[in-house]
Design a protein around this ligand. Structure first.
Ligand code: ADP
Ligand code: MG
Length: 288
């Protein structure tokens, strides 16, 4: 690529809010075979809200929510904000221990709480009892199930729902139209991830990926399909952004993600990924 054609191309992209931080990212993007998106905050708004609440027999649902939201007060996970906003009468938890990719363990008013994904309950040997059906319905609807156990018994399950970004489905279709595979990598439950992927027309899903596993997921995609462009917003996306042939950060995301990226989508609109491909192809075509 000549310096002039790269400047013209990246200049045009910048006007559309697509910032190329490194000139050679144009070539690497042009030869990318698959675009892998993080889910929360990248394909979805990242601002989930409480959508459904179910208590196990003998439990008051508002009380279960109050204890769970109290346990979550120090957490940075978006699920924590959704529970806090919906709950009343929060108290300070006595002990909190985050369990990466699973949820957390806490003591609130002397009660032992577990709050998180079903796999946290499996790991801790807590049976889902009568809440299995509600859990599966929530996940099948593309919402995230948050399970709460109190003193070793499952006490409730809550649905936390996040909206898909307006341009996400169209962006996936536009990438497919250019023969680029589209994948999603998420820590969320399989069924939830598959429901969102189906809604967006995404063909390949890596779900229940632990925070340190996103980088490995990029390597798996590379082996199967070829060069990978990874799009993400979070602190836990930084290693995958650095590993991918092209790291694309959501401009409204965390600083760590932006610093790890080759391309930044200023507005956070995923249509910028399509624009970035257009520019890379246009520039490289002029050169050949
Ligand atoms: P993601 O960013 O994709 O949600 P994480 O690794 O942060 O990935 O979490 C994976 C899953 O673990 C979440 O989808 C959620 O089900 C559960 N989880 C993690 N942290 C919390 C938390 N603080 N409260 C409740 N659930 C949590
Ligand atoms: Mg994210």
């Amino acid at each position: 690529a000549t310096p002039t054609s790269i400047m013209v191309g990246t200049g045009r992209a910048a006007e559309l809010g697509v910032l190329f931080r490194k000139g050679d990212a144009l070539q690497r993007l042009e030869s990318s075979k698959v675009v892998a998106f993080d889910k929360t905050g990248t394909l979805t708004e990242g601002k989930p809200a409480l959508a459904r609440s179910e208590a196990a027999p003998g439990w008051d649902v508002a009380e279960v929510l109050r204890l769970a939201a109290s346990a979550e007060q120090g957490s940075e996970h978006p699920i924590a904000r959704a529970l806090e906003q919906a709950a009343e009468g929060l108290v300070q938890p006595e002990v909190v221990e985050a369990i990466a990719g699973h949820g957390l363990r806490a003591t609130v008013e002397g009660r032992r709480l577990l709050v998180g994904a079903k796999r946290l309950m499996v790991r801790e040997g807590v049976a889902m009892a009568g809440l299995e059906a509600a859990h599966d319905e929530i996940a099948a609807a593309g919402q995230t199930p948050v399970v709460v156990a109190i003193d070793g018994q499952v006490a409730g399950v809550f649905a936390v729902a996040d909206r898909v970004k307006p341009g996400a489905r169209a962006a996936v279709a536009a990438l497919h139209a250019q023969d680029i595979r589209v994948a999603m990598i998420t820590g969320d439950t399989q069924a939830t991830a598959r429901a969102i992927a189906a809604e967006l027309g995404i063909d390949h899903v890596e779900a229940e990926v632990l925070p340190e596993g996103k980088l490995a997921a990029v390597k798996v995609l590379r082996e199967r399909f070829g060069a990978v462009a990874f799009v993400g917003d979070g602190i836990n996306d930084a290693p995958a952004l650095a590993e991918a042939e092209v790291g694309i950060a959501i401009g409204t995301g965390t600083d760590v993600a932006i610093e790890s990226a080759d391309v930044v989508l200023v507005s956070g609109d995923v249509a910028g990924v399509v624009e970035a491909f257009h520019v890379s192809r246009a520039v490289l075509r002029n050169i050949r």
